[in-house]
Design a binder for this molecule. Sequence first.
Ligand code: BES
Ligand code: MN
Ligand code: ZN
Length: 494
Amino acid sequence: MKFLSQSSDITKVKADALIVFCRENGYARDSVLKALDKSLGGVIKNAFGSEEFTGKANQTLVLHQGKSSLPVRIVLAGLGEDKKIDNDSYRQAAGTISRLAAVKKSKSMAFYFGHGENEEAIQAVVEGFQLGRFDMADYKTGAKTKDRTDTVYFYGATRTQAGSFEKGIKKGEIMADSVIMARRLAMHPGNVITPKTFAAEAQAAARKLHLKCTILDEKKIKAEKMGALWAVGKGSEQPPRFIILEHRKGGTSKPIVLIGKGITFDSGGISLKPSADMDEMKGDMTGGAVMLSVITAAARLKLPVNIVVLIPLAENMPSGRALKPGDIVTSRKGKTIEIISTDAEGRLILADALDYANKFKPQAVFDMATLTGAALFVLGHAAIPVIGNNPKLMDALREAARKTAERVWEMPLWDEYREQIKSTIADIKNSGGRPAGTLTAAAFLENFIGDWPWVHIDIAAVDLEKSGRPYIPKGSTGIGVRLLVEMLIHWKKM
Ligand code: BES
Ligand code: MN
Ligand code: ZN
């Protein structure tokens, strides 16, 4: 797909489809829309007048026309009420129109920005358009794409306006590519993405972008004394792996370490999960997929920071060699862990990764994981519960959340939760029972952090989309990628 900037009067746009963003009940106030309507003989005014199209958020109207030299398809896309319009309104509108037949059948299309929209709005449109039309067709035999679009023009009213679009286009493309990379990794089935093949994907991505990539195999995992990661991985025919990726563009500054959970399939192990929806557990490596995608985006954007990504990978399976409830394992840090449930495996592999992070003397550490089913009962699908120990770091994350519309909400880490994971026989146990399951998981992880600012991000309730939203089709959402990349773009040394 080619994205190009252009400038002209709206009546001189050349493409197979013209997309115009409209404010709710905004016809009378919109000189650009009126200029277009003049060439079309008043059909837009009629559509608003009859309330067939009012410009509500995500409403669309497709007009076909043959009398003027304008594109044959004119698509109106609603942004909603003036006071509610932000960049996400553009992202959503672009996602919505990306799936219209009129858009898919157009070889070339043009977005027209007649209201002084800036670089950020353009970026949002590129993101929304690319993310909305994403379709995982890898496993459909003979699937022919119905999508003919190969060129998208971004028209501004003036040359100076259009000139400012370039940066937004580039950033939007990188953001969307990275989200799609994470979605694809998460949607591939567990028989395709195993610890080994995930590591191979990371290696391939690293080679392309000249990132340093180190893979620890099961021997090195044991040599590193990663007893918790090994305990989870040992029950499977697929051996565990540990990925270390490095982007070094920040001079001598300490790195930001990003850790992602990489359970390529979570059966629950001996504490076997119920069979309903167990297929969804192929996505239990989404945190890892997100972190891999974030570092590829950072490399493409040439961000002037040092970033280290750590991804502990294992398949959680029951077998004669598997970890059992009641077992006690020794983590890399030396702390002993009583296994209450082999299904609380994510925190085990993260424990060793958090301890390994000390090697890099980080300025800050983020971990992201599909960690607890209980996350659904914290904030539903509406936001990501986050737990941390540093207000400045939390503020940076919150600011990125606001800009990307990937909401986060801070939850507390109180002593009651620390109490729940005390063990009578070992230093700590891996389950705190039903109450506040998301927060006792964070309390568990806290035992393995070093003396650095830290945020834990539990994406278990937002990693999968069941119905489809404007720029999030059914399937893996890739939520977290734009959030962290946006934060890294504006990173200030801790
Ligand atoms: N991967 C799951 C969490 C999960 C569940 C993610 C549903 C997405 C949807 C995790 O490994 C797990 O099984 N957690 C247990 C922890 C419990 C045994 C303390 C859970 O949430 O039930
Ligand atoms: Mn589990
Ligand atoms: Zn899991």
